[in-house]
Design a protein around this ligand. Structure first.
Ligand SMILES: NC(=O)c1ccc[n+]([C@@H]2O[C@H](COP(=O)([O-])OP(=O)(O)OC[C@H]3O[C@@H](n4cnc5c(N)ncnc54)[C@H](O)[C@@H]3O)[C@@H](O)[C@H]2O)c1
Ligand SMILES: [Zn+2]
Length: 366
């Protein structure tokens, strides 16, 4: 069992990572729930596999679950579904003293966390993430949001959960492609500031992708430790430290935009190719060796992830891709910061990147 404390002034919390944790969820969560009921929010895919066992286990601890099953997919992070969810909660008589539980991937976690932040001016919520991406990324750090017409995650709040319970065994039912996409974010932590962890990924990535429970538990723990450490230094993304978590995301967003945010390239896949590009661009600017960039590319390729423009099936010109980046919400006053690296595990924020040079680089990478 691994317990990680997220150290935040005033609203710190624990994250439990344990194979089989779902079987003792009632006992684990009881101390964080102030009544004999919880509102459990999930999606149809997750409900089919994991809702009944969780409800039964909560019941054993005297906690009644009142459950809402939403449709799966990014469209669920919308004003429409938020309204449906909050109306349902109010109809059911939810109070500020109640607790919401998000059982699902990042979509359910982001929506539920945001709903909790506004329901009766804020009630508690607990995360039980069920996708690898949610276990290593979205359930940690307190960002919650829905999408709007202008873009993804633009309406939201920082809202830290009361507790996060991670059971690697629930990944047993996650589709392969989702597992691989989540793995891209795992590799990201090694590349940001944890070179020994990247080496671990090189040696054990195949085991992890074969769903070896020990490999999964280790990688989730190391990822959560890395992310929560960075979040603790810069909870609300004010100092630039938290921006390190966006390694590969600026190049990645350009690829996602070019493929219309479609299933042609899911987020983690775009981030994988984006990280390889960020390392190659770092080598072009002589921040790191070309060998580092090749090492990153090679590992992502071995993991079956896109690792170049070609393997991401993106053929657009450099100019066009840079234009997509300029629509990125992280652009601050006309200046587009880039995450580059001095080597593996040595990512830094570069504020002096010449976008014309990025466009030339991307044309050369075709
Ligand atoms: N809050 C943050 O800091 C943060 C960080 C990264 C991503 N996100 C958000 O997270 C979302 C992506 O998360 P995601 O990749 O988990 O997507 P998701 O929630 O859509 O889950 C992916 C798919 O897997 C299914 N699924 C999840 N767990 C399963 C399981 N155990 N068994 C079978 N099927 C399962 C879901 O039903 C869905 O179809 C995006 O909306 C993104 O913006 C938020
Ligand atoms: Zn991401």
């Amino acid at each position: 069992m691994n317990r990680i404390s997220v150290d935040l002034a005033g609203n710190g919390y624990d994250i439990l990572i344990e194979a089989g944790a779902l079987d003792s969820a009632g006992a684990q969560l009881k101390q964080h729930i102030r009544s004999d009921r919880v509102f459990l929010i999930t999606d149809t895919n997750v409900a089919a596999k994991w809702l009944a066992p969780l409800e039964t286990d909560l019941q054993k601890s005297g906690i009644r679950a009142i459950s809402k099953i939403l449709p799966p997919g990014e469209q669920t992070k919308s004003w429409t579904v938020l309204e449906q969810l909050t109306d349902w909660l109010l109809d059911e008589g939810a109070e500020r003293s109640d607790t919401l539980i998000a059982l699902g991937g990042g979509v359910i976690g982001d929506l539920t966390g945001f709903a909790a932040s506004i329901l009766k001016r804020g009630c508690k919520f607990i995360q039980i993430p069920t996708s690898l991406l949610a276990q290593v990324d979205s359930s940690v750090g307190g960002k919650t949001a829905i999408n709007s017409r202008a873009g993804k995650n633009l309406i939201g709040r920082f809202n830290q959960p009361e507790y996060v319970l991670i059971d690697p065994l629930v990944l047993g039912t996650l589709p392969d492609r989702e597992l691989r996409a989540g793995y891209a974010e795992v590799v990201k932590y090694g590349l940001i500031n944890n070179a020994p962890f990247f080496e671990w990924c090189e040696e054990n990535g195949a085991d992890l992708l074969a769903r070896n429970p020990k490999a999964l538990a280790y990688a989730i723990t190391e990822s959560v430790r890395t992310k929560s450490g960075i979040v603790a230094e810069d909870e609300k993304e004010l100092s630039g430290r938290r921006a390190l978590l966006n390694l590969g995301h600026t190049f990645g967003h350009a690829l996602e935009a070019e493929t219309g945010y479609s299933s042609a390239l899911v987020h983690g896949e775009a981030v994988a190719a984006g990280m390889a590009l960020a390392f190659h661009y770092s080598a072009r600017r002589e921040h790191c060796d070309e060998a580092d960039a090749h090492r990153v590319e090679h590992h992502l390729k071995n993991a079956g992830l896109p690792h170049s423009l070609e393997s991401a099936s993106v053929k657009a010109s450099g100019d066009r891709l840079v234009r997509h980046m300029l629509h990125d919400k992280k652009m601050a006053a006309g200046n587009l910061p880039f995450l580059l690296a001095n080597g593996i595990g040595q990512t830094f924020l570069a504020k002096d990147v010449d976008l014309e040079d990025v466009a030339v680089f991307l044309d050369q990478m075709q």
